[in-house]
Design a protein. Structure first.
Length: 405
């Protein structure tokens, strides 16, 4: 079979003719999506565990977001304060004095290590864990010089956290004096620094990674299945698409004759006329929109118009044979109607079956001057019509045109 051109209007009409099936498939998919994809309800205990896990992750997210921002090297600013232990050294050997200062400094560091940062800074921040606060606030003892180092936390200046922790050290002086000796804490140096050391960048990368992982877990927990309405709509749309694709697959596999002028456009045979078929308002409207209404008439009018066109264009065609892929009784009735309408007195109209499988019709073709094809809309297909045209062409007979019934 030769290649035929299929236009967009052919496809649209083909789909419109199966609108009931497409709609049914859409409704079927909508029901399937609504009932088969409905998630089962979780037990009460599982719901409680879910809520607790989500709450913990949200708290963790806030903490890690704050830490990631705080350790951002671009906005980083370090505040620090170094202080030393001072004792009365009258009559004391230097070595003994150094040992005592080291002892007192170590006692202060021991109390700081065992203290709760969450309790110390409770009136300043209340969203960070002990581990997080100790990440943000560093305390070091080097040669009995104790240094507190931190950065701004949640918009609160780091110097205020240093004041708070330094007050904690001062409150412990009397407690340590009871087991050592009288002493005081003297500030050696304090200030701020905007140059971020490498460990700040490292901390920033660590907390950004932790924050991303926590946010992924939260997103996974918060993913809610589609609502019933959304599932229904999605199912209906999927069904419409599947039904439409199925309609197109059927069209391309069968290539039915769905428009009256389709054979003329695709196979080059003159269209003589056609009978208007009874169809649904929707399908009839689509067909009328893409194929002008004059292409199809009522049964009697269609025969008159076709006979008139044949009279004008038949070129001494006096023995006309009707054949096609339709039933013999349709050909018989149409042959009688044609014979009555053709105005030339010596014209004879006969009919036969399908040339492809009727030997009698093949013999009749030898006596005919020209042939009129009779095809049925939505029943005939382009492949069968093409094979019929090929058979007529081999006999050397002229095809005057075709009629759609």
């Amino acid at each position: 079979m030769r290649k035929v051109e299929i236009s967009l209007k052919d496809l649209l009409v083909a789909v419109s003719r199966h609108w009931v099936i497409i709609l049914a498939v859409g409704l079927l998919f909508a029901l399937a999506f609504e009932y088969l994809m409905t998630p089962s309800e979780k037990p009460v205990g599982e719901v409680a565990a879910y809520d607790a896990e989500l709450d913990d992750l949200l708290i963790k997210q806030k903490t890690e977001a704050g830490l990631a921002a705080m350790w951002d090297p671009i906005n980083y600013k370090t505040s620090f304060r170094s202080f030393s232990v001072h004792i009365d050294d009258a009559g004391m050997q230097t070595s003994s004095k150094v040992d005592l200062i080291n002892l007192i400094a170590n006692q202060h560091m021991a109390l700081e290590k065992n203290a709760s940062y969450v309790a110390i800074f409770a009136d300043m921040v209340d969203t960070y864990s002990e581990e997080a606060l100790r990440w943000m606030i560093k305390v070091n003892n080097e040669s009995s010089i104790i240094t507190i180092e931190t950065t701004d936390i949640d918009g609160i200046e780091g110097a205020l956290f240093i004041d708070k922790l330094f007050s904690f050290f001062e409150k412990n002086v009397q407690k340590i004096e009871s087991i050592t000796t009288q002493h005081s804490l003297r500030i050696v140096q304090q200030g701020s620094n905007k140059i971020a050391p490498k460990w700040v960048s490292d901390n920033h990368a660590v907390y950004v990674g932790k924050l991303n992982e926590t946010e992924r877990k939260i997103q996974a927990l918060q993913e809610v299945p589609l609502s019933t309405m959304n599932r229904t709509v999605v199912g209906f749309i999927v069904g419409i698409v599947v039904g439409t694709l199925g309609s197109l697959v059927y069209y391309f596999s069968i290539l039915p004759v769905i428009l009256p002028d389709q054979i003329q456009r695709q196979l080059g045979i003159r269209y003589l006329g056609g009978v208007r078929k009874k169809e649904s308002i929707f399908v009839a409207g689509v067909t009328s929109f893409f194929a002008d209404s004059f292409l199809q008439k009522s049964s009697s009018q269609a025969v008159k118009v076709s006979a008139a066109i044949l009279d004008v264009n038949r070129n001494s065609c006096t023995n006309i044979m009707l054949t096609g892929t339709v039933e013999p009784d349709v050909l018989s009735a149409l042959a009688e109607a044609f014979a009555e309408e053709v105005e030339v007195s010596d014209t004879m109209v006969s009919f036969g079956g399908n040339l492809a499988d009727d030997p009698v019709t093949i013999r009749m073709l030898g006596k005919a001057d020209c042939v009129i094809l009779v095809e049925r809309q939505n029943a005939s297909n382009i492949r069968s019509v093409y094979r019929l045209i090929e058979s007529i062409g081999k006999s050397g007979k002229t095809i005057a045109g075709y009629v759609m019934v």
